[in-house]
Design a protein around this ligand. Structure first.
Ligand code: C5P
Length: 221
């Protein structure tokens, strides 16, 4: 059985950075499932679809023409032949992902695509429902949280690095809206798996979180 480590939690808790560092340390593959939801939303926006239309958005999800390439040690993402590496990380894509992620038809359309990432020697999967729905048999499950204020501050720093400026109150509001929608939706709501290890990163550095996750992997294996 190919091992899977799932890292779930709300946006801005540090999942992406932690998942990448842990995958590199273990030499395992990485699934950024949020990117698939963000790409589905971008494809819908580009086709001028209504993002709440279950049928149209499921069609977008199952026909996603995506390429993940590594260039100069950085990940480059193409959607329909266009470089969307920056756009995928935008607030527009994040909010759109949260809208389409609430549609069961979209979640079903992305399920098999996500499971194909489970290849030897192992997989680190980051998202909202990795441990509960996509890989319920994962050997190690982590649920990573942080206070909404800490997450908004981290997000603001990220956006500044990307040359975007968004006010802190606006980001905090976006985070609250997204948390609420992600945890109250009927389809795969954001919640920790019963067997998940809970980690609160509010007062922790990325290095400390990575060390804690690697420690958990060592203990479990
Ligand atoms: O993790 P990221 O911020 O990229 O996710 C963007 C949005 O995609 C989340 O707010 C969530 O609504 C949705 N998502 C999801 N299930 C996943 C990953 C992301 O519903 N496994």
């Amino acid at each position: 059985m190919i091992p899977v480590l799932t890292i779930d939690g709300p946006s801005g808790a540090g999942k992406g950075t932690v998942a990448k560092a842990v995958a590199v340390a273990l030499g395992w593959h990485l699934l950024d499932s949020g990117a698939l939801y963000r790409l589905t939303a971008l494809a819908g926006i580009d086709r001028q679809y209504d993002l709440t239309d279950a049928e149209l958005m499921a069609e977008c999800a199952s026909s996603l023409a995506v390429q993940f390439l590594v260039r100069d040690d950085a990940l480059v993402i193409y959607l329909d032949g266009l470089d969307v590496t920056q756009r995928v990380r935008s607030e527009e894509a994040g909010m759109g992902a949260s809208t389409v992620g609430a549609l069961p038809s979209v979640r079903a359309a992305l399920l098999d695509r996500q499971r194909t990432f489970r290849t030897a020697p192992g997989l680190v999967a980051d998202g909202r429902d990795m441990g509960t729905v996509v890989f319920p048999d994962a050997q190690i499950k982590v649920f990573l949280t942080a206070s909404p204020e800490a997450r908004a501050l981290r997000r603001q720093k990220q956006l500044i690095q990307m040359g975007e400026s968004v006010s802190l109150p606006r980001l905090l509001e976006d985070i609250r809206v997204r948390d609420l929608r992600d945890s109250e939706r009927a389809a795969s709501p954001l919640k920790a798996a019963d067997d998940a290890i809970m980690l609160d990163s509010t007062q922790m550095s990325i290095e400390q979180v990575v060390a804690a996750v690697l420690g958990a992997v060592e203990t479990r294996s």
